[in-house]
Design a protein around this ligand. Sequence first.
Ligand SMILES: [Cu+2]
Length: 382
Amino acid sequence: MGIKKLAIAVPILLAAVACGTASPATLPAGAGGHEHGGPPPKAAPLRDGERFEEVGLTRPYEPVPPAGGTDEYRCFLIDPKLTKPAYLTGSQFLPQNSAIVHHGIFYQIKASQVDEAKHMDAKSKGDGWQCFGDGGIDEETYIGGWAPGHDETLIGDRTGYRMEPGNQLVVQVHYNLLATNGKPGETDQSKIRLRLLPGTAHVTPLVGFLLPSQIELPCTAQESGPLCDRATAITDLEKRTGADAGQEVEGLNQMCNQGQPPTPGDTQHCDHKVPQPALVYAITPHMHLLGRSMTVELNPGTPNAKTLLSEPNYNFDNQSERVLPEPVQLKAGDTIRVTCTHDATLRSKLPQLKTLKPRYVVWGDGTSDEMCLAILTVSPKS
Ligand SMILES: [Cu+2]
């Protein structure tokens, strides 16, 4: 996700990102085995002042999985053509070809980022651009996600993400061609139904607190090769995703591990201090394809400890927000611990990864890199 530049400096970040849900522990996320089908769920009734706006792909897109694989993650820039500020109070992905659509994740980008997105689109053949991982636009903010069977998520009564005129959406769609045995030719022209309120409405604005953790995932005992060396892997990461990627990794080690030599392992955690009072409504887990589990704890090891999220079987294809049963109040100075477990053995099992060389995995934007990110949907208030 486009949060990487922010991850170094600030323990808790105002912005938002995305991706995943549960499948049996033995079934790697994104490897297929999903249930598809059925028409999309009906919309809940419009509430006072709301309107629906349907946006979507401008024409059918034919997914082209890379390297003989069966999956493509494709990002599309979609203009909601807002002429006035609005609040996005709900969103529902409407898959047109549900046989091949595996998930949809929605990001908002500012008007100032639209050129960057257009550039990504223009340099890529066909509509949109390939985007394993996330949308690939700096500072993109997560505003919703969908996986088969998911209804529109409505958080509380009057809450929403503010959208300014000129802002646009980046929608990441996971196409999976297992249903056609990888045979090309299927097309999709999905839509999204936006639920909007005028920007003048009295709405509790939602923002994302982005809480990352470092990843220090070594090669498995069965794997070997030059990229299994951490320093070599980071040099390679910088070559693939930009010169500051290594700094991001070191910044996370500073933040989460006080700059001590990192301890390689499947499970890593990071503690964050809450900077300001906020009410948490929902938590969205984000890891990439090697992600196995995530927990988010409030004040661990104290009498007030509380588990906010326990995601024992992370599934990349269901990264919609998990709405908490009751909003939870955070106080300034509280500690939030984000813990992720990744599984390097999935690399040799997942169609999207198995052609790649074994590597020591750290935080990064690419298919073969990982993230560990809890996105807390909050309203800043006491
Ligand atoms: Cu990511």
